[in-house]
Design a protein around this ligand. Structure first.
Ligand code: THU
Length: 136
């Protein structure tokens, strides 16, 4: 029997992403970002961007989020929400879509500026761990 996908409290995720954004270290871009995700087992993990004087070393909010995911028990991401400094929905950058893809739950959804989308919609034809298996 198939289990129904876990319901997502999007406003709780928006709140967690906004709280995370307030911890951002973004003195160079002055563009704070916060990201939050619901894990498949019901936790909320979050992260903020952390910039560096060597600009290219900037860590996006999603980097901290996936680190937080692993530091708090690992698992899979069921739903994702990202905000800018004004608390507005922000699209994850291309690199971060790939970071999220690695840890997606099969039914993962993302809040986007165009409404709720699936991982496949925001990163179609993705490269993933399964492709490494094929060439070995
Ligand atoms: N940024 C993120 O944290 N996540 C994204 O998905 C988009 C961009 C950050 C990186 C940088 O500190 C600032 O936004 C401006 O690019």
């Amino acid at each position: 029997m198939e289990t129904a996908p876990q319901a997502v409290d999007w406003s709780a995720l928006a709140e967690a992403a906004t709280a995370a954004m307030r911890n951002a270290y973004a003195p160079y871009s002055r563009f704070p970002v916060g990201a939050a995700a619901l894990t498949a087992d019901g936790r909320i993990v979050s992260g903020c961007n952390v910039e560096n004087a060597s600009y290219g070393l900037t860590l996006c909010a999603e980097c901290a989020l996936v680190g937080n995911l692993h530091m708090t028990g690992g698992g899979r991401l069921r739903a994702f929400y990202c905000v800018d400094g004004g608390g507005n929905i922000l699209m994850p950058c291309g690199r971060c879509r790939q970071l999220l893809y690695e840890f997606r739950a099969p039914d993962m959804e993302l809040m986007t500026t165009q409404g709720i989308k699936t991982m496949d919609q925001v990163l179609p034809d993705a490269f993933g761990p399964e492709h490494l298996e094929r060439t070995r």
